[in-house]
Design a protein around this ligand. Structure first.
Ligand code: GLU
Length: 430
């Protein structure tokens, strides 16, 4: 495989370097057309904007914002908007690449994109967040649209941010355009089941993994006799913890930004959720001992769900990990090096682009429902979600078998197979 000079613009973050490394590994194993690999190494288009905001105290602060489209071969760009103090062009570009792979893997007619603002949203008032979101939307308006590129929530954003984006875009167009974003509140065209979809999918694939390991005579697990730790108790982690608990799995630890809580007899997830809703943090939760996030990752549990942020399992702590199954709720929580080490040591890793695809799958359902102005009930949404996740899991497991690789490489192969066929059919312009 030919190695090029690194891109100075995109290639500066570990997340991007890992994403390219993983892609190169998959390309090598599947013997990918080098022209296709060359194109996929870099995003199609990126926009950097400055976002001035009048703060509540009358001063003006400027924030950095980005929207990156990695690929639009299969359809409009798709991917969330992240509000986080570490956001930068390279990280957003890596996340856009993951979205391309995710959408292709699960068979959606969508490309990959991502956006973000370098900001700590917990430091802004609601009014400041609204001003920030609206000005950002206006700055990137030439790039987004229902047929062009469709944002959604990600770390630090939710349905309210999507409502502001939808309203700003609609004001500019002169009529309501609900299809410009997904993850909207139900009242303005959101889909039932969208807020829970990512966390649900994270657990569906754990069930498939347990079944498969049993079929292959590799392990005889049952959810009812397993323990789990969930890193991050937000939009993804909290739902995953709940879904694990209702299946009889003992959730012994969960965490937020400030630290983790641990109870070896199992946490009452509903009670933890109620505490979180009331206090906005897990800190001080009474029926558990306080441990650090690092301690949580190293717990002797069967299932680990890293559902907070990227880069939490690395060379530095990979030797401490004891979980047998890891389902990546976050994007990029395990570095390439740590993933290889853990897989070699018998850990079954269900990679992000498969494990957390539930979110973008139901985003796709939301987009389709909006275009048809015909809305489904939650049972229908969940059944269709489960069906797509099961199909994707089986295709990835099939490729893992066929190419004798771990699930991460197999997932990338599965998605690049579909994408490269589409790229080669469409051909290179001009
Ligand atoms: N931000 C989510 C992700 O990383 C969802 C993206 C979407 O729904 O478009 O997959």
């Amino acid at each position: 495989m030919t190695h090029h000079l690194r891109s100075g613009l995109y290639d500066t973050s570990p997340l991007y370097q890992n994403a390219v490394l993983d892609l190169e590994t998959a390309a090598r194993v599947m013997d990918l057309n080098p022209g296709v690999l060359e194109r996929l190494r870099m995003p199609k288009k990126a926009m950097c904007v400055s976002i001035p905001v009048r703060m509540d105290d009358g001063s003006v602060k400027t924030f950095e914002g980005y929207r990156v489209q990695h690929s639009t071969t299969l359809g409009p760009g798709k991917g969330g908007i992240r509000f986080h103090p570490e956001v930068n062009l390279s990280e957003v570009s890596a996340l856009a690449m993951l979205m391309t792979m995710k959408c292709s893997l699960v068979g959606l007619p969508l490309g990959g994109a991502k956006g973000g603002i370098r900001v700590d949203p917990s430091q802004l008032s609601r009014a400041e967040q609204q001003a920030l979101t609206r000005r950002f939307t206006m700055e990137i308006i030439s790039m987004i649209g229902p047929e062009q590129d469709i944002p959604a929530p990600d770390v630090g954003t939710d349905g309210q941010h999507m409502a502001w984006m939808m309203d700003t875009y609609s004001m500019a167009k002169g009529h309501a355009v609900p299809g410009v974003v997904t993850g909207k509140p139900i009242e303005i065209g959101g889909s039932l089941g969208r807020p829970e979809s990512t966390g649900r999918g994270v657990v569906y694939v754990i069930e498939h993994a347990i079944e498969l390991l049993k079929k292959q005579n590799k392990a005889n697990y049952s959810m009812k006799s397993m323990t789990a730790a969930v890193h991050g108790f937000g939009k993804v982690g909290a739902v995953a913890a709940h879904e694990l608990a209702i299946r009889g799995c003992k959730v012994v630890a969960v965490s937020d930004f400030y630290g983790a809580i641990h109870n070896k007899n199992g946490l009452n997830v509903d009670e933890v959720q109620a505490y979180m809703n009331k206090n906005r943090t897990l800190k001080g939760y009474p029926n558990a001992e306080a441990i650090s996030n690092e301690d949580l990752l190293a717990l002797n549990v069967d299932i680990l769900v890293p559902a907070a942020i990227d880069g939490v399992i690395t060379k530095a702590n990979m030797k401490n990990i004891k979980a047998k199954i890891i389902s990546e709720g976050a994007n990029g929580p395990i570095t390439s090096e740590a993933q290889q080490y853990l897989e070699q040591n018998g850990c079954y890793i269900i990679p992000d682009i498969l494990a957390n695809a539930g979110g973008v799958i139901v985003s796709y359902f939301e987009w389709v429902q909006g275009l048809q102005q015909f809305f489904w009930n939650e049972k229908e949404v969940n059944e269709k979600l489960a069906e797509i996740m099961a199909r994707a899991f089986n295709r990835v497991a099939g490729n893992a078998e066929r190419y004798k690789t771990g699930m991460k490489t197999a997932a990338l192969i599965t998605s690049v197979e579909r994408l490269s066929q589409a790229m080669l059919l469409r051909g290179l312009f001009p």
